[in-house]
Design a protein around this ligand. Structure first.
Ligand SMILES: Cc1cc2nc3c(=O)[nH]c(=O)nc-3n(C[C@H](O)[C@H](O)[C@H](O)COP(=O)(O)O)c2cc1C
Length: 217
């Protein structure tokens, strides 16, 4: 590869975050997550709620993609998708998944791992009803992760569902809804000078308490 921008080996900068220590994190990883999430929102970084979701097929082939965090509570982190998509089929076969929030502008990363399960229909209905109408129609039009002959096939399906639902509310398609990842671990990574980064790991113990440990960078 050539060109100044492609000199990947030389792309390098030092990270300058403040110390993340066992003594200054919250004992509750959900609270710690929300503190960092608020800081990401306040820093006006692009899509602070965008997270990489890694899944794997039953025979262990991994795949990853970005989805949007749409809720967090004591039970876990929620995202919405098509239940027939590749990620959903993998999650049905193997509910173990990992999330990564890559907050580069803050020299931070959060990793979350756990089991994923479908959200109850009522939660999916409520969220679907809050989406813009065009996004609702698009959920009907897109057979997510299926093959299309052309862009116009998708656009024709969009127009078809626009006609079908003209003058009434768009119901939630049965094959569209939420998943919730119930965390068994959280890792908070803070970039520091000289690659001497801080990594704080929370691991869920059988009794429900969180054990906090430091990992080598
Ligand atoms: C910023 C961003 C946000 C996205 N949000 C979602 C989302 O919330 N839900 C979703 O199903 N796909 C979302 N996508 C698209 C997915 O990355 C992916 O293309 C799609 O879900 C199909 O993935 P799959 O074939 O592995 O199931 C988003 C992509 C980007 C870049």
């Amino acid at each position: 590869m050539s060109g100044a921008n492609r000199n990947i080996e030389r792309l390098r900068r030092d990270y300058s975050g403040e110390e993340l220590a066992e003594s200054n994190v919250s004992p509750d990883p959900f609270k710690q997550f929300l503190t960092w999430f608020d800081e990401a929102v306040n820093a006006e970084i692009s899509d602070p709620h965008a997270m990489v979701l890694a899944t794997a097929s039953a025979d262990g082939r991994p795949s990853a993609r970005v989805v949007l965090l749409r809720g967090i509570d004591g039970d876990g982190l929620t995202f919405y998708t098509n239940y027939g998509s590749r990620k959903s089929l993998e999650l049905e076969a193997n509910p173990r998944a990992a999330l990564v929030f890559p907050w580069h502008e803050l020299d931070r990363q959060v990793r979350v791992e756990g089991n994923v399960s479908r959200r109850e229909d009522r939660a999916s209905d409520e969220y679907f009803a809050s989406r813009p109408r065009a996004s609702q129609i698009s959920a009907w039009a897109s057979n997510q992760s299926g093959f299309l002959r052309s862009r116009s096939e998708l656009e024709e399906r969009f127009r078809k569902f626009e006609r079908e639902f003209a003058g009434r509310d768009v119901p939630r398609p049965e094959n569209w809804g939420g998943f919730r990842l119930s965390p068994e671990s959280f890792e908070f990574w803070q970039g520091r000078p000289s690659r001497m980064h801080d990594r704080i790991l929370y691991a869920l113990l059988p009794g429900g308490e969180w054990k906090i440990e430091r990992l080598a960078p």
